[in-house]
Write a protein that binds this ligand. Structure first.
Ligand SMILES: [Zn+2]
Ligand SMILES: [Zn+2]
Length: 398
C-alpha cells in the first residue's frame, strides 16, 4: 500500500477522535456535539466551515491555487438507536444509542484527510468536506441539498465511502451503475366485516383477503417484471384479530420494496395497489393502500467510478481493489447526492472482525450489531485515499 506518510504519523490523534465520537453517539439531526467536534477540529486546522446545512451538517472548505475545479468528499455522522454491548473504554456513554454503522470512523477518516490537505495543500482547486447528519433513515443528504449545499458549494463531483464488514480490511470495492437499492415502505389495511368465527358467511373475512393479496403480490416479482430486473418485496408484519373465535373487522400488512431502477419501482407500486384494490373488491372488502418512497437507488456514475478505481489501485495496490462488487439491496442516502451531481460511492473493507481488542461483545462485528466496532486500522487508509483523490482530481499545474 502507498499510504500518505504524514497521515500515518498522526494516526493516533485521529484514532482518539474516532473513539471519542464512538463514546458519544448522537441520533438523526441531534448530532450537536459531533458537529461541534468536527467544526472545532476543522477550525483549529485553519479550514473555514459552513454550519447549519441539514440542521447539524458541517462543510469544511479548503481552497488552493487558482483553478475553478472542485471536488466534494462526504462522511456521515449519525448513530443508531440501539444498545451497545461492547465494554471497552470507548463504548457508548449514551444508553440506547450506538455507533453501530461506523459513521464515527467515516467522520474520522475525512477529518484525517482534512488535516493533511490543509497542511500540505498539494492541489489546485477547491475541496468541500461534507459532514452530513441523519443518514440512518433521516435523509440528511436530501436535507443538506434542500438547504442549498450545491449552491453554496458548487462542486464538480462528490464521493463517499462506507466501511463494509466481510470485505478484507483495507480492500476497496465498487461497481459502476446501480450499487445500492431504493428503499420503500407499504401499508395496507383490508376492511372487511367482523362476525362470529362459527358464522363466517355473516361477515367478510379480511384475513383471507390479506392472504390472497400476500400471495398475489409475490407474482409481481416472479411473473410481472422482467426476470432480469432485480427487486424484492417483503411483507414484514401482518396484524389482525384478537381472539380465536372472532373474525376481525380488518387486517393490516406492511413491509418493504427494494429496486435498483425507477421503472421497476413504478411497476411494483402500481401493481401492488391494483392487486390489493381488485382482490379486496372481489371478496366484498375494501383496501386502503399507502406506498412511501424513501431513499432512491444509488447509481454510480461511470467516469467518476473509473477515476475512483484508478486512485484505489494506486493507493491500495490493484490486488486489493474489486471494481465489480455485487450490488446490495441495502439503501443509502448518498443516492440523493448522486442524483444531483456526478460521483461515486464505494465500500472500504472493515475485515472479518479480527481487529477486536478487549471488551468486545460476543456478537459478530457486523453493521447494526451491538458488538460492532469500526476498525481503526482503516483510518490512515481511508484518509490516504481521500487525499490522493483530491490531489489526482485537482492536480497542481506543471
Ligand atoms: Zn447503517
Ligand atoms: Zn452506515
Amino acid at each position: 500500500m502507498k499510504l500518505v506518510d504524514p497521515i500515518i504519523a498522526f494516526q493516533s490523534e485521529i484514532q482518539q477522535i474516532r473513539r471519542d465520537l464512538h463514546a458519544h453517539p448522537e441520533l438523526c439531526y441531534e448530532e450537536q456535539r459531533t458537529s461541534d467536534v468536527v467544526a472545532d477540529k476543522l477550525t483549529q486546522w485553519g479550514i473555514p466551515v459552513i454550519r447549519g446545512l441539514g440542521v447539524t451538517g458541517v462543510v469544511g472548505i479548503i481552497k488552493n491555487g487558482t483553478s475553478e475545479r472542485s471536488i466534494g468528499l462526504r462522511a456521515d455522522m449519525d448513530a443508531l438507536p440501539m444498545q451497545e454491548i461492547n465494554t471497552f473504554d470507548h463504548a457508548s456513554r449514551h444508553p440506547g444509542k450506538m455507533h453501530a454503522c461506523g459513521h464515527d470512523g467515516h467522520t474520522a477518516m475525512l477529518l484525517g484527510a482534512a488535516k493533511h490537505l490543509a497542511e500540505h495543500r498539494n492541489f489546485d482547486g477547491t475541496v468541500y468536506l461534507v459532514f452530513q447528519p441523519a443518514e440512518e433513515g433521516g435523509a440528511g443528504a436530501k436535507r443538506m441539498i434542500e438547504d442549498g449545499l450545491f449552491e453554496q458549494c458548487p462542486m464538480d463531483a462528490i464521493y463517499g465511502m462506507h466501511n463494509w464488514p466481510g470485505i478484507p480490511a483495507g480492500h476497496m470495492s465498487v461497481v459502476e451503475g446501480p450499487m445500492m437499492a431504493s428503499s420503500n415502505e407499504f401499508y395496507l389495511t383490508i376492511k372487511g366485516k367482523g362476525a362470529h368465527a362459527a358464522q363466517p358467511h355473516k361477515g367478510i373475512d379480511p384475513v383471507m383477503v390479506a392472504v390472497q393479496i400476500a400471495q398475489s403480490w409475490q407474482t409481481i416479482i416472479s411473473r410481472q417484471k422482467s426476470p432480469l430486473d432485480t427487486a424484492v418485496l417483503s411483507i414484514t408484519q401482518i396484524h389482525a384479530g384478537s381472539a380465536t373465535n372472532v373474525i376481525p373487522d380488518d387486517a393490516k400488512m406492511v413491509g418493504t420494496v427494494r429496486t435498483f431502477t425507477w421503472p421497476v419501482l413504478d411497476l411494483i407500486e402500481q401493481r401492488m395497489e391494483e392487486i390489493a384494490r381488485h382482490t379486496a373488491a372481489a371478496f366484498g372488502a375494501e383496501a386502503e393502500f399507502r406506498f412511501r418512497r424513501n431513499y432512491p437507488p444509488l447509481v454510480n456514475h461511470p467516469a467518476e467510478t473509473r477515476f475512483a478505481v484508478e486512485v484505489m489501485k494506486e493507493v491500495l495496490g490493484a490486488e486489493r481493489v474489486d471494481d465489480q462488487v455485487e450490488p446490495t439491496m441495502g439503501a443509502e442516502d448518498f443516492a440523493y447526492f448522486l442524483q444531483a451531481k456526478p460521483g461515486c460511492y464505494m465500500f472500504i473493507g472493515n475485515g472479518e472482525g479480527d481487529h477486536r481488542d478487549g471488551g468486545h461483545g460476543l456478537g459478530p462485528c457486523v453493521l447494526h450489531n451491538g458488538s460492532y466496532d469500526f476498525n481503526d486500522n482503516l483510518l490512515p487508509i481511508g484518509s490516504s485515499f481521500w487525499v490522493r483523490m483530491v490531489e489526482k482530481s485537482l492536480p497542481l499545474a506543471g
